[in-house]
Design a protein around this ligand. Structure first.
Ligand code: GRG
Length: 297
């Protein structure tokens, strides 16, 4: 019997928070204001879904938790950078994130740009600085995987498609293509990097895990769209109803809320199926999947 999910998740969230506190530059070091802003955007908020996925995936390969923590921190830094840049006036132009004023509101636009740049650089510095895998080639592959996930054929590319789709009617496959990149790529990287910190998985296992990660990446976005349409700003800690206000195509605008929830359930079933070959070692991944589908913010 594995310990309660809430206790496990809490302990991993504390672990990642503590590590990020240490890994981020101190506010006593110049340039103090930039470092202060970086810490403001990363610490003390967020569900830490991507680190939870990395820790849970690490169970499949008996990964060392210290190694997973660094890989998970790197992914979380990239995620935090993406939120800071996404909130800028030239992108989504939002004023509230994680229940606080967004970076450019609290500091200024130039600082927000530099925070994003610096968080992304720090992520790759960590990936190169710490030993994450026994074989150097595995570690290089991990760095490449994260770079691809963050770049123009991953998250940044998905964001470009998102920006160009405002006011347009997308087909379901087009919407899926956008989200596989914008949201899915980094979630997929979190899962695969967590597993790569441990013993090598065989090709079949890697393929199954990658399929699992694709399913939950999409499910995460479907649920995000439902919450954006149905939850309140107070619950979400970010402005609710933004997608409709910005005339953005979403799973809810294309399918309706009910069908979008059904799609999230279908993706959960598909994700569960991909984990069958891993047996009880995938128990945590199943729990994080449930958390992603059932979350309320
Ligand atoms: C600027 C290159 C660049 C990319 C931005 C991820 C992204 C691309 C934009 C975020 C906009 C958004 C709300 C996307 C929907 C899915 C998503 C990533 C939600 C936020 O992630 P959570 O819910 O946030 O994990 P917390 O705050 O819990 O970490």
């Amino acid at each position: 019997m594995i310990a309660d999910f809430k206790d496990w998740a809490r302990s991993r969230q504390v672990r990642i928070e503590t590590s990020l506190q240490t890994l981020l530059p101190s506010t006593n070091v110049a340039p103090e204001r930039l470092h202060d802003a970086m810490r403001y955007c990363v610490l003390g908020g967020g569900k830490r879904v991507r680190p939870l996925l990395a820790f849970a995936a690490g169970d499949l390969s008996n990964a060392d938790e210290e190694r997973v923590t660094i890989a998970a921190a790197a992914v979380e830094l990239i995620h935090a950078y993406s939120l800071v840049h996404d909130d800028l006036p030239c992108m989504d132009n939002d004023v509230l994130r994680r229940g606080k004023p967004t970076c450019h509101v609290e500091y200024d636009e130039a600082t927000a740009l530099l925070v994003g740049d610096s968080l992304q650089s720090l992520a790759f510095q960590l990936m190169a600085e710490y030993r994450l895998a026994d074989a150097p080639q595995t570690q290089l592959d991990m760095i490449k995987r994260l770079a691809q996930a963050a770049g123009s054929r991953g998250m940044a590319g998905g964001q470009a498609i998102d920006l160009s789709s405002v006011g347009k009617m997308l087909s379901l496959p087009e919407l899926e293509f956008m989200h596989i990149h914008k949201t899915g790529a980094l979630i997929r990287a979190a899962v695969m990097l967590g597993a790569c910190c441990g013993n090598s998985l065989n090709e079949n296992q890697l393929t199954s895990l990658d399929h699992f990660a694709k399913c939950i990446g999409l499910a995460f976005q479907v649920v995000d769209d439902v919450l954006d349409a149905e939850a309140t700003t107070a619950t979400l800690g970010k402005t609710a109803g933004k997608d409709a206000d910005n005339n953005k195509p979403t799973y809810v605008s294309i399918l309706g809320g009910g069908r979008a929830r059904e799609l999230a359930e279908e993706l959960r079933r598909d994700a569960y199926q991909s984990l069958e070959g891993f047996g009880p070692m995938a128990a945590r991944l199943r729990q994080v999947t449930d958390f992603i589908i059932q979350r309320e913010f």
